[in-house]
Design a protein around this ligand. Structure first.
Ligand code: GAF
Length: 409
């Protein structure tokens, strides 16, 4: 298992130095500040966020770091230390939804802020940006694994939004930042995600999971102190690339919306678990039944996990995770052989429970284990991948970490 960010106490000062040095080298001059936003893993509550349901993510120690400074000509200059292709320069008129690449995420955030009337573009005058409009120079560096279902996109969006919020004195609360970032991802990047990832990145706190109602964004921090309980949570990145934009995610989302309409409810979260059997029988299209069954039972699993964590019974959450995986595999059909192998192997080797996390179709799994058994269970998973001829997975122990914040000053 890799040491990784979890075990490096000097990582944030070092990240500030690296980002500020990178900024100077690329943009000239000093950044005005350095901000960070984490990736996330989701403990339970999968594919419920676009059904107005509840979710329970926590922040990873892995972060996207943005060094930034204002520009008064409305221009955006975006540079990522982690991608080739140099600096992307976008004049205000060039911010157009659907333009791809990594820069679409920060550009989409600026677009969303302008669309909301919070940042003036060129010629719009008024306020913080001066005559030429509010622009920015950004230098981005990240250790959030990409394509691993761990929300590298949300981390980039939220770090960018937080930087602009502070630089232009917008005073936006974290929930509003998350909503604007989701708008950027939905309407600029073109991925029809829910709001879980952006809320997780913006609102999580160290040592807690975020119990979030995605309908009204009300949320609370639920203690999830793994070390104190003698537990560890392993994240296993199968390295099977997931792509939310490939249509499967959107198809399931559309299926849920069709089912809600057929059942006469605003969203599937409004189907009470006690009325699930009747709701399934009432659906005209039998293909919608497994979708509805997953969403309704998953929302119930979130409630169950929350009740257990409230009494400090972290170990008892294990079987709830495994039941969630079975539902995602069998009903929602978003797992894959590699994710199933992680869950089966880890549980057979003594894990308390395991499940895929995030959108699925590849990506990562979370495995709840006794701290003393972590190495052995990790090894069992790695060995099983080798025996099955799969690419070696990446494993790390994740401690619930801080949400988005300014790193310097
Ligand atoms: C992805 C999406 F971005 C989230 O909004 C959520 O729907 C998740 O898949 C599934 O729970 O991470």
């Amino acid at each position: 298992m890799s040491g990784g960010p979890e075990t490096d106490p000097d990582r944030y000062p070092a990240a500030v130095r690296r980002a500020a040095d990178g900024f100077r080298a690329v943009h000239g001059g000093d950044p005005e500040g350095v901000w960070a936003a984490p990736g996330r893993a989701n403990l339970i509550g999968e594919h419920t966020d676009y059904n107005d349901g509840s979710v329970m993510p926590f922040a990873l120690p892995h972060t996207t770091v943005v060094a930034a400074a204002r520009r008064d000509d409305g221009v955006l200059r975006l540079h990522s230390a982690d991608t080739s292709g140099g600096t992307v320069r976008l004049a205000p008129g060039e911010l157009a939804p659907g333009t791809g690449g990594w820069a679409a995420y920060p550009a989409g955030v600026v677009w969303a802020l302008r669309e909301a009337g919070l940042l003036p573009g060129t010629g719009e005058g008024g306020g913080a940006g001066g005559d030429g409009g509010a622009g920015a120079d950004l230098y981005v560096t990240s250790d959030v694994p990409t394509g691993a279902g761990l929300s590298s996109s949300a981390a980039l969006e939220v770090a960018t939004a937080l930087a602009l919020n502070d630089l232009y004195g917008l005073g936006l609360p974290a929930e509003r930042i998350a909503a604007l970032c989701r708008r950027a991802e939905n309407d600029y990047v073109g991925v029809p995600c829910g709001i879980m990832d952006q809320m997780a990145s913006a609102c999580c706190t160290a040592g807690h999971v975020l119990h979030l109602d995605t309908r009204d964004l009300s949320h609370r921090q639920v203690p999830f102190d793994l070390p104190a309980a003698g537990l560890r949570l392993l994240v296993v990145d199968t390295r099977v690339k997931h792509a939310l934009a490939d249509g499967e995610y959107a198809r399931r989302r559309a299926g849920c919306e069709t089912a809600a309409r057929a059942l006469g409810v605003r969203a599937l979260r409004d189907v009470p678990p006690g009325e699930l059997a009747a709701a399934l029988a009432a659906l005209p299209d039998p293909a919608l039944r497994p979708l509805v069954r997953h969403v309704v039972t998953e929302d119930e699993r979130v409630r169950e996990a929350a009740a257990l964590l409230d009494t400090g019974a972290i170990r008892a959450v294990g079987p709830v995770l495994t039941a969630g995986h079975a539902s995602l595999r069998d009903d929602y059909a978003v797992s894959c052989p590699e994710l199933d192998l992680v869950v089966e192997t880890a549980n057979a080797a003594g894990a308390l429970g395991a499940r895929m996390t995030g959108g699925g179709f590849g990506g990562s799994a979370v495995v709840l284990v006794e701290a003393a058994g972590a190495e052995e269970i990790g090894r069992a998973v790695t060995d099983a991948f080798a025996a099955a001829g799969h690419r070696a997975p990446r494993l790390f122990g994740a401690v619930p970490s801080a949400g988005a914040r300014r790193l310097d000053g």
